[in-house]
Unconditional design. Structure first.
Length: 436
């Protein structure tokens, strides 16, 4: 570690990208507005969180590679008198893994987009280019990364655990590799900002945007993550209108539901905050006591909508119709899988009435899982790391699960002999004497 105690730093060594101190001791900055300077600084501090989003996806993809390849090979049970079937054929197994596969693709594309935006921001900052855009872009990168890092961390934490369990007892083996992936990923939920604390940065910014909307101003951000909020009054009047599975899985249906959800949660969070402020006037406790069910849910819904919004752009640019169709199914599966967790809010706010929304979302998830099932191995192969990086006997690209497992056991130098401590187990009670 390193400690500075009353240590003088020469002026020439000061980090002075956004501000400086002259030899006469005068503070100077190219940003006249302190908020602009703050926004530019926040963008630079966001690089770590942006990169962690991609790291989360990499760990999740490794675990999914192992679990999906294993599920395509591992056979268990089957109809009477017939051969056993691969466990990937079972609906419950598809539901355990394939929504996470869809999410891995959605977050992978988003992470690449955000990394590109962040690096361009860094280059422009260093070269002094696009100075008028930097403050707003820096602030938006801060807001977006403060939500996507927690949501990606939580999503792939759950995905990795599900992959471990989906491989049964084999998944718990050291040679399977999932335990190491789980341990390596775990820190992503804490460093560069503990997730529950970090996501408050996003909801705080959104609440400020709501105040601007109430005063009649339009929201326009460089990455367009929150531009739809300008139409919040109309969005909040919308209702659930899907009548069948085709309409339910349509991207517009899912995006419309998410836009309503974000607007509703934003309004509800602002109202909750105002109520608490009127009650005791303490802003610190008012913010902290409006997190659960309000601000935290708002931050999650906001970034999930942005994930989907960007994924739509990726789909539109896909060069091949077959690729576009597969990406659409992944989009819809991730969208419905995520939206299903907000069903109570959709009913609470009056967006949905009756059982139709619940039924169609559930049926949509199961239908999409079945549709994606036959492409699952090809989809994971397209993003899987090489075998020497995967380092798993269950997930090798050759599909020889049992052969690789046997080989790993036989290669262990101690597998053919007694352990050195065998006598401690067999004769542990030999020297115990009866005290009677």
């Amino acid at each position: 570690f390193l400690i500075f105690n009353k240590y003088h730093i020469p002026r020439e060594n000061i980090l002075n990208k956004n501000a400086d101190v002259t030899p006469e001791g005068k503070y100077v900055t190219p940003f006249k507005n302190p908020k602009d300077r703050h926004g530019a600084a926040l963008g630079a501090l966001s690089v770590g969180r942006v990169n962690i989003t991609g790291i989360c996806e990499n760990y999740g993809t490794k675990a999914l590679t192992i679990a999906i390849r294993y599920a395509a090979v591992r056979k268990q049970f089957g109809p009477d008198g017939q051969e056993e079937v691969p466990i990937l054929e079972y609906q419950s197994h598809q539901h355990r893994l394939l929504p996470y596969l869809a999410g891995a693709y959605v977050i992978r594309f988003f992470s690449m987009f955000l990394i590109e935006k962040t690096y361009q921001f860094t280059i422009d900052s260093l070269l002094g280019q696009n100075k008028e855009l930097l403050p707003d872009l820096g602030m938006e990168i801060h807001v977006v990364s403060s939500a996507c890092k927690p949501v990606a961390g939580w999503f792939f934490r759950d995905a990795i655990q599900e992959c471990r369990e989906a491989c049964g007892g084999h998944g718990y083996l050291k040679a399977a590799g999932i335990g190491d992936i789980r341990n390596d990923h775990d820190a992503n939920c804490t460093y560069e900002g503990e997730n529950h604390v970090l996501i408050q940065q996003t909801s705080n910014w959104l609440i400020k945007q709501w105040s601007l909307i109430e005063s009649g101003k339009k929201i326009a951000t460089p990455m367009r993550s929150a531009d739809f909020l300008s139409s919040s009054s109309q969005i909040l009047k919308n209702k659930f209108t899907a009548n069948n599975l085709e309409e339910m899985c349509n991207p517009k249906t899912i995006v419309d539901a998410y836009q309503w959800l974000v607007c509703y949660l934003l309004k509800a969070t602002k109202n909750k905050l105002d109520t608490l402020l009127r009650k005791d006037g303490d802003e610190f406790w008012a913010k902290n006591n409006s997190q659960v069910f309000y601000a935290k849910s708002l931050g999650i819904a906001f970034i999930q909508h942005f994930f989907l919004q960007h994924m739509l752009g990726v789909i539109e640019e896909a060069p091949d119709v077959n690729i576009r169709n597969v990406l659409l199914r992944l989009f819809s599966l991730y969208g419905l899988f995520s939206l299903e967790k907000f069903l109570a809010t959709l009913y609470e706010g009056g967006y949905s009435q009756g059982p139709k929304a619940t039924y169609l979302i559930h049926e949509g998830i199961l239908t999409l899982c079945s549709d994606i099932k036959d492409d699952a191995v090809a989809l994971i192969d397209a993003v899987a790391p090489p075998d020497f990086i995967l380092n798993s006997v269950l997930g090798a690209s050759d599909g020889q699960v049992y052969k690789n497992l046997q080989s790993a056991i036989f290669r262990n130098p101690y597998s053919m002999s007694r352990p050195s401590w065998w006598q401690d187990i067999v004769t542990w009670n030999a020297n115990i004497k009866n005290k009677l």
